[in-house]
Design a protein around this ligand. Structure first.
Ligand code: UTP
Length: 418
C-alpha cells in the first residue's frame, strides 16, 4: 500500500481514493501531495472537539474584570507624558504596523479580498487598503518616518491582493516598506469528519484564522525582517475598520509605562448585549470573552460608577512588543470550530452548494495570544473615532454604517487625527 493510501485508510478518509481514481495524472499527483501534507493527528483531534459545547470549554474557568484607562478621562499631564513616550518610539523608527487581510469576508459578500472593497466615502470613494495606507502616510508625515507595513493574506486571496496593490501603485506607499505574507490553511471537514474536495479537485482548505498570524509572522520571516529594521513595537489591526488608527502614541505610551508587553484599544459596548467579544481575565490571564460565552447577568454587571464590568469591546487594535509576538509564535493556540456552508464536489463529480451549514472550519483567534502574559494595558477609545467595522452587506456594521462614521469623523477632524 502506498503511503497516501495508508494515511487515508487509517484516518477514515478512504472516500478520497475514488477521487484519485478519477483524476488525471497531474491532478492525482497534486492531490497525493496535499494528502501527505495533512497533519491527520491534529485534524482528528479537531474533529473530536467540533461538537464540544461552549459551556464545557468554560467549565471551572474563573472570569474576572480587567481594568482599563479611558483615553479622554486621564489628566492632561498624564496624557502628555504617555504621548511623548509613544511618539519617541515612533519617531525613532521602532514601530511597525500589520494588517490582517486573510479573511474570507463571507458576510460582506464582496467579490475579491476585503481590502479591495470600495467604500463610498466623501469626497471620493476609497478602497479599504487605501484608507489604511492614508492613515499610515499621515503618521509617517507627522513623525518623519516610514512605518513598515506588513499585510497578511491567505492562499486564497494573496495573488489578487498583491496585484491590486501593485495596480494602485501601493496607494503611494513606499514599495520597499510594504511586505505581504501568507497565513496557513487547514482542511474543512464534513459533519461526518470527512475531507471534502473543492471545485478545482483539491482538498478543500480554509484559512486557519487570524490567530495564526503570530506563527505565520515567524514562518514567513516577518519577525526576522522586523528585527533587522530595529522594530520594537508592533500594531496589528483588521482590514475592515474604516476608522482604524494604527498609530496611537497614547496606546503605545500607556503599554510602555505600564511595563507591559501587550496592549489593546477598546471601545465601550453600545449596550450589555451587543454581539462583540469583551476583554476580561480568564484564570487570571488577559483574554476576550465572546458574546456567546458570557452569562447574561455578567454582561449586565456594573461597578460603583455604573460602568459595565465587562464592557470593553475587542476591536482588533492590538499592540505587542516584538518579543511578545515571538513568544506567542512559539505556542500552540487553540482552534475554535465554526459550522459553515461549504460547497464541494461529490463522489459523482457534481458540485454541491449547500443551503445550510454542512461543514466544520477550524480557526485560531488573535486574542488567544493574550493568555501568555500576566497583564494587558487597555486604552478605551471612542467608537466614533476608532471603530467603523464593515462586516455585513447591509444594516449593522455594513458599508453604509461605516461610511457614515467615516464621513462624520473626517468632517469634524479635517485637520488630522488626535
Ligand atoms: P472576521 O473574523 O470578521 O472575518 O475577520 P472575515 O473574513 O473578515 O469575515 P467573515 O466572518 O467571513 O464574514 C476579522 C479580521 O481578521 C482577518 C480578516 O481579514 C479581518 O481583518 N482574518 C480573519 C484573517 O486575516 N485571517 C483569517 O483566517 C480570518
Amino acid at each position: 500500500m502506498e503511503r497516501y493510501e495508508k494515511l487515508l485508510h487509517d484516518n477514515g478518509q478512504g472516500h478520497i481514493l475514488k477521487y484519485l481514481e478519477n483524476a488525471n495524472p497531474d491532478k492525482k499527483a497534486e492531490l497525493i501531495n496535499q494528502i501527505e501534507k495533512i497533519d491527520f493527528k491534529q485534524l482528528n483531534e479537531l474533529f473530536k472537539s467540533s461538537n464540544r459545547k461552549i459551556e464545557e470549554a468554560q467549565e471551572g474557568v474563573i472570569i474576572e474584570h480587567v481594568p482599563f484607562i479611558d483615553k479622554y478621562k486621564m489628566d492632561k499631564s498624564q496624557y502628555q507624558d504617555l504621548e511623548e513616550l509613544g511618539e519617541n518610539i515612533i519617531r525613532s523608527g521602532k514601530y511597525a504596523a500589520v494588517t490582517m487581510a486573510g479573511g474570507q469576508g463571507t458576510r460582506l459578500g464582496h467579490d475579491g479580498p476585503k481590502g479591495t472593497f470600495l467604500l463610498n466615502v466623501k469626497p471620493e470613494p476609497k478602497y479599504l487598503f487605501q484608507i489604511i495606507a492614508e492613515g499610515l502616510e499621515r503618521a509617517n508625515k507627522k513623525y518623519n518616518v516610514t512605518i513598515p507595513w506588513y499585510i497578511m493574506t491567505s492562499t486564497e486571496n494573496n495573488d489578487r491582493t498583491v496585484e491590486f496593490m501593485k495596480e494602485h501603485n501601493y496607494f503611494g506607499y513606499s514599495e520597499k516598506d510594504i511586505m505581504f505574507f501568507k497565513q496557513g490553511n487547514l482542511p474543512i471537514l464534513s459533519e461526518q469528519g470527512k475531507l471534502l474536495i473543492d471545485e478545482c479537485g483539491n482538498i478543500k482548505l480554509a484559512a486557519d484564522g487570524n490567530g495564526c498570524i503570530y506563527k505565520s509572522m515567524k514562518i514567513d520571516g516577518v519577525i526576522d525582517d522586523m528585527k533587522k529594521r530595529g522594530i520594537e513595537w508592533v500594531f496589528i489591526g483588521a482590514v475592515d475598520n474604516a476608522l482604524l488608527n494604527m498609530v496611537d502614541p497614547i496606546l503605545l505610551g500607556l503599554t510602555i509605562n505600564d511595563i507591559n508587553e501587550i496592549g489593546a484599544k477598546s471601545v465601550v459596548k453600545v449596550n450589555p448585549h451587543e454581539r462583540v467579544g469583551v476583554f476580561c481575565k480568564k484564570d487570571s490571564k488577559p483574554a476576550v470573552i465572546e458574546y456567546t460565552e458570557i452569562p447574561e447577568e455578567m454582561a449586565e454587571e456594573t461597578d460603583e460608577d455604573g460602568e459595565l464590568l465587562f464592557g470593553e469591546s475587542h476591536i482588533m487594535c492590538n499592540l505587542y512588543s516584538i518579543s511578545a509576538i515571538e513568544k506567542i509564535a512559539n505556542q500552540k493556540l487553540p482552534y475554535h470550530t465554526a459550522h459553515k456552508k461549504a460547497a464541494y464536489i461529490n463522489e459523482n463529480g457534481e458540485l454541491i452548494k449547500p443551503e445550510k451549514p454542512n461543514a466544520y472550519k477550524y480557526e485560531a483567534f488573535i486574542f488567544d495570544g493574550f493568555r501568555y502574559f500576566d497583564e494587558i494595558s487597555i486604552l478605551r477609545g471612542r467608537r466614533e473615532e476608532d471603530f467603523a467595522p464593515i462586516k455585513n452587506s447591509e444594516g449593522v456594521d455594513s458599508p453604509e454604517s461605516a461610511t457614515k462614521l467615516y464621513n462624520d469623523y473626517w468632517e469634524k477632524n479635517a485637520n488630522g487625527r488626535m
